[in-house]
Design a protein around this ligand. Structure first.
Ligand SMILES: *Cc1c(COP(=O)(O)O)cnc(C)c1O
Length: 463
């Protein structure tokens, strides 16, 4: 079986190819996985029926869970019957604040609503503009819209994938209230320049650190540098709880307000279940629960070591692939001490691959057993913006000319981001960076193999 599938007869090979086309790893599952390096790139690429560079099922699973160390407190919570916000949530908040070296942390339902609350309690709403990069998850932008404010897109720096500080000042108007610094991919934004611009123009800084747990800029954890930092603990994130989020800040009064807002407007510290405390301000309910906190406390124990591993593997993988023509890995700003590497990103230039499209490059690398993807599409051109502007709410809040979607699109063009999203970005997910050095070699080998065999791969699917 093994001999057969790794040495397909010409007839079988052609038949399978014509039937399966691009994107299907042919006859590869029964082939033993070997870290293929250097000279082995001469082998037939997996997309053409050759052996895979790596077996797909060998990548570290996510999220991680160890019954022996992770379940004791969770079971205690479940058995106690105290499931709504109480001591375990408070314990988690203290541990998260300590991990970031920040005064306060408030756990909430998710990262999206951490941003919604933060924006709301900074007093940002109808008529206000918030500067935001288009290279991010939709929640960065929807949290601005949920508050009735207006997102204004600032193009990104192609080398770092982050908001480009050099393009911020041109976008500031009398309506601008804040800059949302999104540490996208888990890589820190150039915070010195952001903070300097914010100071000069009296703007607030909201850090969307939903992908950037324990990332560090100038010896400070990201999320603690601006006025407020927001985190996500969604399943895929580096600190996974399924769902969850946190707001962090050194401004204690602001954190008291966030607490009240997330708990019906009741005074800060009010115990859950009290019904006659008297709401001191308008609020809603976005509370975290005890069993979520127990999972978070267990996950937090491994986060620092995992972050170190991701940094080491990212640097190693970067060194392995940076000289392959057409591959340009992420760059970090000078003052970055540590990344979170929620994603490992590089730019793909098809010129280095004889014109092979990014789509087919990704299919060929995936066929080698190395999962990868093209990442975000252009957020600033998506229909949800126009739909929001058509809503009754927005029409009551803004003059007509501000809601003209064609004009908005024109003013919010981000050509660098277009290029990155539509042509260049390739992502690997954070769990892959928890693997071994051999895993990193396998990723590099898969890319090298595709590069080496690009003539053959290009002819596939052309008939
Ligand atoms: C995940 C994410 C969010 C939203 O977090 P959820 O917990 O999924 O609501 C916001 N911003 C960015 C950049 C994210 O990656």
């Amino acid at each position: 079986m093994k001999a057969f599938s790794s040495r397909l007869s010409r007839r079988t090979f052609l038949k399978q190819n014509s039937l399966a086309g691009l994107g299907v790893a042919l006859a590869s599952s029964s082939v033993a996985a070997l870290p293929v390096i250097g000279s082995k790139s001469a082998q037939v690429p997996a997309i053409l029926g050759g052996p895979q560079a790596w077996a797909e099922d060998k990548w570290p699973i996510w999220p991680q869970w160890n019954p022996a160390t992770d379940e004791k407190q969770l079971l205690e919570v479940v058995r106690s019957g105290v499931w709504s916000r109480a001591n375990v949530v408070t314990q988690f908040e203290k541990e998260w604040a300590a991990a970031l070296n920040v005064k306060r942390s408030l756990a909430v339902v998710n990262g999206t609503n951490a941003l919604v609350i933060a924006i709301n309690q900074l007093g940002i709403g109808a008529g206000d503009e918030v500067l935001v990069p288009p290279y991010t998850f939709i929640a960065s932008v929807s949290s601005i819209l949920s508050n009735g404010a207006m997102p204004v897109f600032v193009d990104i720096d192609a080398e770092t994938f982050q908001i480009d500080p050099a393009k911020i000042e041109a976008k500031i108007t009398p309506r601008t209230k804040a800059i949302m610094a999104v540490h996208v991919l888990g890589l820190p934004v150039d915070m010195d320049r952001i903070m300097a611009i914010a100071k000069k123009h009296k703007l607030l800084v909201i850090e969307d650190a939903c992908q950037a747990h324990l990332a560090e800029y100038d010896k400070k954890k990201v999320g603690t540098i601006g006025n407020v930092g927001c985190f996500s603990f969604q399943n895929s994130k580096n600190l996974p709880i399924g769902e969850g989020g946190a707001i962090v800040s050194n401004d204690e009064h602001f954190m008291d307000l966030c607490y009240s807002y997330h708990n019906f407007g009741n005074p800060y510290g009010t115990a859950v279940g009290s019904v006659s405390t008297g709401s001191v301000m308008p609020g809603t309910k976005l509370r975290f629960s005890e069993y979520q906190a127990a999972i978070g406390i267990a996950q937090l124990k491994r986060l620092d070591a995992q972050t170190t591993t991701r940094n080491e593997n990212a640097a190693y993988l970067k060194s392995l692939i940076k000289d392959i023509p057409g591959i340009v890995p992420y760059k970090l700003y000078d003052k970055v001490n540590r990344g979170a590497f929620h994603l490992f990103a590089f730019r793909y230039h098809k010129d280095g691959f004889k014109g092979l499209s990014r789509e087919n490059f990704i299919k060929a690398v995936k066929a080698e057993g190395v999962p990868c993807m093209s990442g975000y599409s252009t957020l600033n051109t998506q229909p949800f913006l126009g739909e929001t502007f058509k809503s009754e709410n927005y029409r009551r809040m803004y003059p007509k000319e501000m809601l003209d979607i064609n004009q908005y699109n024109e003013q919010n063009r981000c050509p660098v981001n277009d290029q990155i999203c539509n042509e260049e970005a390739v992502w690997l997910t954070q769990n892959m960076l928890l693997g071994t050095k051999d895993d990193m070699k396998a990723i590099a080998a898969a890319i090298e193999k595709v590069h080496h065999n690009v003539d053959k791969i290009k002819t596939l699917g052309q008939k």
